[in-house]
Design a protein around this ligand. Structure first.
Ligand code: UD1
Ligand code: CA
Length: 481
């Protein structure tokens, strides 16, 4: 259990084999376990990302359960991945044997084995494992951790002098072995030739009638190879997800790590516990994130922007100095210095220009809004283009849908529209034009014109008393005379 101080860089391994054939029954899900997400990425996506970081010559995934669905996802995230299908022979040993068979014959060097359901594992810990393995010229190096509750895990067996002599599975262990706290993470670096030869000797003669990969350690050692362990103090990195309780726990820990990373990079996070940031989100320094905020997908936030409270952004680019308050936005852009919310709903392809505004209770979709233009209160803007420094009044609606087709509204620059204007698309409003309150704009408005569409007001005197006799309104009207 020596401490390794590494000055030697690990080389790129010959291959990483990611085991992903298991069923994950405890998730009780129609969706394969490894496709469940934390931090905005599937668990197997995290595994592939960590493995790819080692820049292996070959990357292999072993699949079986929900094979086609898993393979489709895998090839989407890693097109050059080699797929190996596991057969009916169960066990991690068989899975790795079939993974090896998918590699070029006589592959030499280091083979790393890892799991598709261990999402917090990092490239840097894998790199440390490979470095120790290669520097010490081991046949097998296993990643282990010391757990207070080792239930279910394989236990690391060591000789009196501390050398690793093998692994015993929980179900095969004696009471004495069950007391061992050092567990097998299931993540290893192997010498390719040793692994191939040892797997040929592994049987299914055990409590679970499976081919145990763990048997390779004892076999390699008896053949005279060096078998060793790297003990990590970071148990989260070796923890797998078996059910949704663990999924949530690991998701929270991953988020804690992401949020901490951004705070150290200069982002103010008022309440880390209610702030959720996906792995692919990019933040600039001096961004402020207020409580109850979720940032998903490829969201990117510029410096000095203020996001939240209670805001959800998915694939949104926010410019420097913008603010987004209690709002929800997807697949959109918010320009520098612009303001959004409270209670705005930006649907895909909303492009708000610099210093622009989408205010309270506004819904937008597929709309380009120029620099300094404001849609301040209560309305809907869809399939529209708005120029610069235009002010859209309260309660304006783009009537973009005729029940069959969507149509565009084009509004120029320096336009002023009054409250409750309805734009019946397709329609266009020229630069510097105005609309009157309640205008229903069905025809194009030339530049500089005032559009009025409402009939003159007429008051029918005495109407309430005549038409609603005896009502409270009629009594009030009579009392007023
Ligand atoms: C295995 C180890 C155990 C270790 C534990 C860590 C063996 C025999 N035991 O336990 O020592 O403490 O992992 O979590 O290796 N898989 C396949 N094909 C299979 C079986 C499993 O691809 O036939 C994959 C699973 O999808 C999963 C991983 O291997 O990603 C581990 O399988 P699981 O059944 O969870 O682990 P155990 O065998 O219980
Ligand atoms: Ca098992």
């Amino acid at each position: 259990m020596g401490v390794h101080i590494l000055s030697v860089e690990a080389t790129e391994p010959a291959a990483v084999i990611v085991l992903a054939a298991g069923a994950g029954t405890r998730m009780k899900s129609a969706k394969p376990k490894i496709l469940h997400e934390i931090g905005g990425r599937s668990m197997v996506g995290h595994a592939i990302a960590a493995a790819s970081g080692l820049e292996p010559q070959k990357l292999v995934a072993v699949v079986r359960h929900e094979r086609d669905r898993v393979v489709e996802h895998l090839l989407e995230i890693a097109p050059s991945l080699i797929i190996a299908d596991q057969d009916e022979v169960p066990g991690t040993g068989r899975a790795v044997q079939l993974g090896l068979a998918a590699l070029p014959e006589h592959t030499e060097g280091t083979i790393v084995v890892t799991y598709g359901d261990v999402p917090l594992l990092t490239t840097s810990l894998l790199r440390e494992l490979v470095a120790v393995h290669e520097v010490d010229e081991n046949s097998v190096t296993v990643l282990t951790a010391l757990l207070d509750d080792a239930t279910g895990y394989g236990r690391i067996l060591r000789a009196d002098d501390g050398t690793v002599i093998g692994i015993v599975e929980h179900k095969d262990a004696t009471d004495e072995q069950l007391a061992i706290r050092e567990i097998n993470s299931g993540i290893y670096a192997f010498d390719a030739a040793v692994l191939r030869d040892a797997l040929a000797q592994v049987t299914t003669d055990n409590a679970q009638a499976e081919m145990y990969l763990t048997d390779v350690l004892g076999i390699a050692r008896r053949a005279g190879g060096r078998v060793a362990a790297v003990v990590t103090g970071d148990r989260w990195q070796v923890e797998g997800v078996n059910d949704r309780v663990q999924l949530a726990a690991l998701g929270a820990e991953m988020n804690r790590r992401i949020v901490e990373k951004w705070m150290r990079a200069g982002v103010t996070v008022i309440d880390p516990a209610t702030t959720w940031i996906g792995v692919e989100v990019a933040l600039s320094n001096d961004v402020t994130i207020k409580p109850g905020t979720q940032l998903h997908g490829l969201t990117a936030i510029g410096t000095d922007a203020i996001i939240g409270p209670d805001t959800t952004l998915t694939n949104v680019r926010v410019g420097r100095g913008a603010s987004v308050v209690r709002s929800d936005a997807t697949d959109s852009q918010i320009g520098a210095g612009a303001t959004v919310g409270p209670f705005a709903y930006l649907r895909p392809k909303t492009d708000l220009g610099e210093q622009g505004k989408i205010g309270a209770f506004y819904e937008t979709k597929n709309v380009t809004i120029g620099t300094g233009s404001k849609l301040s209160h209560l309305g809907y803007a869809g399939d529209a283009e708005i120029g610069e420094y235009t002010n859209i009044g309260c309660g304006n609606i783009t009537a973009n849908y005729d029940g069959v087709n969507k149509h565009r509204t084009v509004i120029g620059s320096h336009v002023r529209t009054s409250s409750n204007t309805v734009f019946v698309a397709p329609v266009s409003i020229g630069d510097g034009a105005y609309t009157g309150a309640g205008a229903i704009v069905r025809k194009d408005v030339p530049a500089g014109a005032l559009a009025l569409s409402i009939a003159p007001q007429r008051n029918a005197e005495g109407w309430t008393v005549a038409k609603r006799p005896g009502s409270a309104s009629a009594q009030a009207a009579e009392a007023a005379h």
